[in-house]
Design a protein around this ligand. Structure first.
Ligand code: 3HC
Length: 330
């Protein structure tokens, strides 16, 4: 774990040297240089990275729950194996991201405590239930599809450890999205009941997926600064629009209809224009009043408690190894 060099703005006192150091930092970002853990960085840059990376990591871990709900009920061994691999991947994505947050001086234990106490955010999308097998297809196709749209630009994030974690994550996300879309294709080419199940899943996941990209640009508190620091490369609305433009033709290929009567294609630009998003629903879910918020936290708290013996055993083993190595070195 990197030692967090005390080289952030909090050690600055508004002197001309501080202004010069800030200017040097911004010039590095503007020149597309990667900022690494032991480089000087403004405290606000470090803080917003911890904020975003920790929420991203929590999202990956909590995101394992809705899909894990169907591992024992997958319709075939092949589907079970693919879903098992995907859920396992998501756990690994969470670990990459917790490790990236540790390079900013924030321990994994601290972040996990924040999640378990309900003080931390994770993506709103994971507070919706998975009611049928088609939801697993819709999550892979739509949720991972939205995640890819959001995570590809993060591969060019100015903070090195985050960008490198994203490169690894995005390689696995494309498998996640592909297996989800194949589930939807199989259902849509199946019986009328199976196709109806796929349409029902699209109806329930479409709008919450659009909310994944964050509030409208007019309400985004962090976008401007995150864009100046090249943490964000595109705005919430830009990525949302890219996702809609890519996904509507896929829905049509499946023979499905996005649940938006106002959806239409702009003849001049080719963009698919959507109807109004229910931002009150978004705010309610963020405030903890989504369909599954309580259930998700209870599941994480129970898993953490059940895993206490594993953490204790690993710590005891590590301590034993340290003592043995110290004795050998003496
Ligand atoms: N769910 C929960 N909170 C959200 C949110 C969402 N969908 N969208 C925005 N928010 C929160 C922000 O965190 C911020 O709150 P905060 O100040 O307490 O952190 C507030 O709403 C205002 O939003 P902003 O647009 O100002 O915030 P950001 O600039 O951070 O943009 C974001 C929001 C686009 C989600 C950005 O944080 C981001 O890109 N995060 C990393 C990617 C990510 O988390 N992706 C989704 C989950 S990962 C996933 O889907 C896994 C896949 O494998 C299935």
């Amino acid at each position: 774990m990197y030692t967090q060099a005390l080289n952030t703005a909090e050690t600055t006192r508004g002197t001309p040297e501080d202004a010069e150091r800030l200017a040097r930092f911004q010039a590095r970002v503007d020149a597309e240089e990667r900022i690494e853990p032991n480089d000087w960085m403004p405290e606000a840059y470090r803080r917003t990275l911890v904020r975003q990376i920790s929420q991203h990591a929590h999202s990956e871990i909590v995101g394992m729950l809705p899909e894990g709900n169907w591992i024992t009920r997958a319709p075939s061994l092949r589907r079970k194996a693919a879903l098992l691999a995907k859920v396992q991947d998501e756990g690994g994505h969470g670990l990459y991201l917790y490790a990236a947050a540790e390079t900013l001086g924030t321990s994994r234990e601290e972040l996990v405590d924040q999640l378990l106490s309900g003080r931390a955010k994770y993506s709103s999308i994971f507070n919706y239930p998975t009611l049928t097998w088609a939801d697993i297809g819709a999550i892979g196709w739509l949720v991972d599809g939205a995640a890819i749209m959001n995570q590809i630009p993060l591969c060019r994030c100015s903070y090195g450890p985050y960008a490198r974690a994203m490169i690894r994550v995005c390689k696995e996300e494309s498998f996640h999205q592909r297996q989800g879309y194949e589930i939807m294709l199989t259902l849509c080419r199946g019986t009328p009941e199976q196709k109806a199940m796929a349409q029902d899943a699209l109806n329930r996941w479409w709008w919450p997926c659009l909310m994944m990209f964050g509030p409208p640009d007019t309400e985004s508190q962090h976008s401007d600064q995150s864009t100046r620091w090249k943490i964000k490369r595109f705005s919430n609305d830009e990525l949302r629009q890219r996702f809609i433009d890519a996904t509507v033709p896929q829905a049509h290929y499946l023979g499905l209809t996005p649940p938006d009567p106002a959806l239409h294609q702009d003849a001049a630009t080719g963009h698919w224009r959507h109807g109004p998003i229910d931002w009150q629903e978004f705010r309610d879910v963020l405030a903890g009043h989504g369909p599954c918020n309580r259930e998700r936290l209870e599941a994480r708290r129970a898993a953490h408690a059940d895993g206490a013996w594993v953490r204790a055993a690993a710590a005891a083993h590590a301590e034993k190894r340290r003592a043995r190595d110290a004795a050998l070195a003496a």
